[in-house]
Design a protein around this ligand. Structure first.
Ligand code: COA
Length: 369
């Protein structure tokens, strides 16, 4: 049976930074409180015009370029997100068009902050079954658009960004070795976006009651996370036939430094085996693990043969862990002429997309006559 190997990775972080001091001028909080309770110093926030799709496209291009794979080769695009550009069409379809991934099927996956781990699991199963050869998996979030900037309980936690990986079929002794996923909907009210769906469509009331913003019972989510991370990590390692001693790098969802500390204390993992970039980005939900994975590789913390465990948890409630054996070295720097060709190709894809949009308009007009 082939396994799904990560052959490309990329990320996009919006340049605009919001520090704890900035937040302390917006709500009744302080840098000291936020650092002590969460470990977060700053987060990046999308600028006007930046969306989940635009950030995902940047991350996806980088991942495909690093893998040396043309968008036409992609069979499937999965976007894990809680903040899609629209309820429909799927953000994955917007990305498919912008990349010129003409052969790809595309869909979004909603599993809160566990979304990327869920998407990796689905993608790996598609590759292993032979249904897809090349899959692009993206985690992208614009949480700043659903954050209540007057609520100090939540607004200090979240940030925006995107991460992406390309999976391809490869030998059995590497790639994604095991996935464990779980859910408990009885905890759905602990972390939610109450309005905007079929239960509470947008209305004057939903706006007046600030129901289009994240609602969270922080302490309960905290307790759930500290309990579930060690449990799902152990289950996934057992499924892969490995132990905690085999783990080279542990990449937990970047939600809160104290949650990560509690979990690794339980697992007795030394801190040098744990990746964290929470300080700079805050909680970017489904984007946090692919961004962390991408940065870990860029920093030279992963080499072929290393065992990585990615663990997610979040709204749903959902949780999941992936165990993988890293197989790909850092790609060589791309020569300037090749960079130029890539830019040219994407310019042509943009023109193609524009012509397709025009074609649909013309088609609709003829259809009406
Ligand atoms: N600045 C200052 N004070 C704050 C504050 C802020 N940003 N946010 C809350 N407080 C206050 C509370 O109002 C409360 O005051 P009170 O005692 O007068 O009522 C006090 O701090 C303690 O609040 P509490 O909620 O008990 O704090 P905590 O130690 O549990 O930390 C969280 C709060 C949100 C940081 C923590 O519960 C958490 O991280 N939970 C998990 C959230 C998460 O990761 N969600 C995403 C999962 S994917």
């Amino acid at each position: 049976m082939p396994r799904a190997h990560i052959v490309g990775w990329g990320k996009y972080i919006p340049p605009q930074v919001l520090t704890n001091d900035d937040l302390s001028r917006m709500v009744d909080t302080s840098d000291e409180w936020i650092i002590t309770r969460t470990g977060i110093r700053e987060r990046h926030v999308a600028a006007e015009g930046e969306t989940t799709a635009t950030m995902a496209i940047q991350a996806a291009r980088q991942a495909l370029e690093g893998a040396g794979i043309r968008p036409e080769k992609v069979d499937l695009i999965i976007v894990a997100t809680a903040t899609p550009d629209y309820l429909f069409p799927a953000t994955a379809c917007l990305i498919q068009d912008a990349l010129g991934a003409t052969r790809a099927a595309a869909f979004d996956l909603a599993a809160g902050c566990t979304g990327f781990v869920y998407a990796l699991g689905v993608a790996a199963a598609m590759v292993e079954s032979g249904t897809a050869q090349t899959v692009l998996v993206v985690g992208s979030e614009t949480l700043s658009r659903i954050t209540d900037w007057t609520d100090r309980n939540t607004c200090v936690l979240f940030g925006d960004g995107a991460g992406a990986v390309v999976l391809q079929a490869g030998p059995e002794n590497g790639g994604i070795l095991a996935t464990v996923l779980g859910a408990d909907g009885s905890g759905s009210n602990l972390l939610m976006l109450p309005a905007g769906g079929s239960r509470h469509p947008a209305s004057h009331r939903t706006i007046a009651e600030r129901m289009h913003f994240i609602r969270m019972q922080g302490r309960d989510v905290f307790r759930f996370a500290v309990r579930v991370i060690p449990a799902v990590t152990r289950q996934a390692l057992t499924k892969a036939g490995l132990s905690l001693n085999d783990v080279t790098l542990f990449i937990p969802h970047q939600a809160n430094g104290r949650i990560i500390e509690g979990a690794i204390r339980d697992l007795k993992l030394p801190p040098e085996k744990v990746y964290s970039n929470l300080e700079q980005y805050g909680n970017t939900s489904a984007a946090s693990i692919p961004i962390a994975l991408c940065e870990a590789v860029e920093e030279g913390r992963l080499k072929p043969g290393d065992v990585v465990v990615c663990v997610g948890f979040g709204a749903g409630l959902t949780w999941g862990a992936t165990v993988l054996r890293w197989t790909h070295p850092q790609p060589a720097p791309v020569p300037t002429w090749q960079q130029f060709l890539r830019r040219l190709r994407y310019a042509l894809v943009t023109i193609r997309s524009w012509l397709r949009h025009l074609w649909w308009k013309v088609f609709l007009r003829f259809g009406r006559e």
